[in-house]
Design a protein around this ligand. Structure first.
Ligand code: SAM
Ligand code: SF4
Length: 326
């Protein structure tokens, strides 16, 4: 399937819940988070139907996200159900890792192809400061378990948000030295509370790391869903990656759409363009009608975001990252 600009769309990020067991300062406020009522959230059957329609149009890859996807009851069944849809070649998960240890075997059994743990620091005090919760040890245990069992390839995503030294970025990268973990840095995007954070560019993180682990050499031996640029460091088992939507805009190669927990098929991270699928499904329409609505939305997928350069704020986005799914 292609959009109005001829870009191939074969990847969807599905937010299965707006709820989360952390409160990362750049993503969610501590208080006053309005919960979407249960009845407005897509049922698993509705999600599977949307994915099946999209798979018939050329969708190949699915990312399960949130909120925190592992707090949605039955998410492993959903993963197994999506994995079984003809045409779906790859299903992955992004999680904060708090529930990873206890759910790891279930996720592996469901056929999950890869897991990304979002972890901004290994330091428990700093973790508490960033996430407003005291869960660092649980996340670290989850990662340890994933490395030991080695049933699902693992990546770690970190959002730099200040002094790399103080955040403990080197310690995170060191995880990739002796273990097959890829550690990736995502530039803070001016969405929701992230707007108020100091911007740390890819160049700044790369410079910091090269001064400590040596030259980072571009490489292309890591499979993924999109725009991550990977580097190899001498003596490292895993790779170091950068996803830099602000300093290295990659919209011309955009391959994705997003589905919110309420069933809005969102065609661009920044803009509110897309189509509400839940009412359409509820109206009793055919799969062909769902496909036609999706095609129409894809025709008007924006050409790109307008984050406006390093550190500048973007136009207001109604949803925060925890509702969009990253
Ligand atoms: N709770 C899960 C997690 O943390 O991985 C999935 C949802 S979370 C919204 C997905 C990703 O978005 C996380 O890696 C998080 O760090 C990232 N994120 C949240 N707000 C962001 C922002 N303003 N800029 C860049 N990344 C952000
Ligand atoms: Fe929750 Fe993920 Fe947002 Fe942190 S980044 S508050 S873990 S949804």
């Amino acid at each position: 399937m292609t959009d109005g600009m001829g870009r191939t769309i074969d990847y969807i990020r599905i937010s299965v819940t707006d709820r989360c067991n952390l409160r990362c300062r750049y993503c969610m406020p501590e208080e006053g988070v309005e919960r979407i009522p249960h009845e407005r959230i897509l049922r698993f059957g509705e999600i599977r139907r949307i994915v099946a329609v999209l798979a018939g149009m050329g969708l190949k890859k699915v990312k399960i996200t949130g909120g925190e996807p592992l707090v949605r009851r039955g998410v492993t069944d959903l993963i197994a159900g999506i994995r079984a849809i003809p045409g779906i070649e790859n299903i992955t998960l992004t999680t904060n890792g708090v529930l990873l240890e206890e759910m790891y075997d279930g996720l592996a059994g469901a056929g999950l192809d890869a897991v990304t743990v979002s972890l901004d620091t290994l330091d428990p005090a700093r973790f508490r400061e960033i996430t407003r919760r005291d869960e660092a040890q649980r996340v670290i245990r989850g990662i340890r378990q994933a490395v030991l069992k080695n049933r699902i390839p693992l990546k770690i995503n970190c959002v730099p948000m200040g002094d790399p030294e103080e955040q403990g970025i080197l310690e995170l990268v060191e995880l990739a030295r002796s273990q097959p973990i890829h550690v990736r840095f995502i530039e803070m995007m001016p969405i929701g509370p992230g707007t108020g954070f100091p911007f740390v560019s890819e160049e700044a993180v790369k410079g910091f790391l090269e001064a400590r682990v040596g030259t980072l050499t571009p490489c292309s031996d890591v499979m993924g869903n999109g725009p991550c640029q990977y580097y190899a460091a001498e003596g490292f088992c895993g790779r170091i990656g950068f996803i830099s939507a602000v300093s290295h805009k990659f919209c011309s190669e955009c391959n994705r759409v997003r589905l919110t927990a309420e069933g809005f098929l969102k065609t661009c991270l920044q803009y509110d363009t897309g189509v509400e699928l839940k009412p359409l499904l509820a109206s009793g329409c055919s799969d062909e009608e769902v496909a036609a609505a999706i095609e129409k939305a894809l025709r008007s997928k924006p050409s790109g975001h307008d984050f406006g350069g390093c550190g500048q704020t973007a136009g207001a986005e109604r949803r925060g990252m925890s509702q969009i799914g990253g």
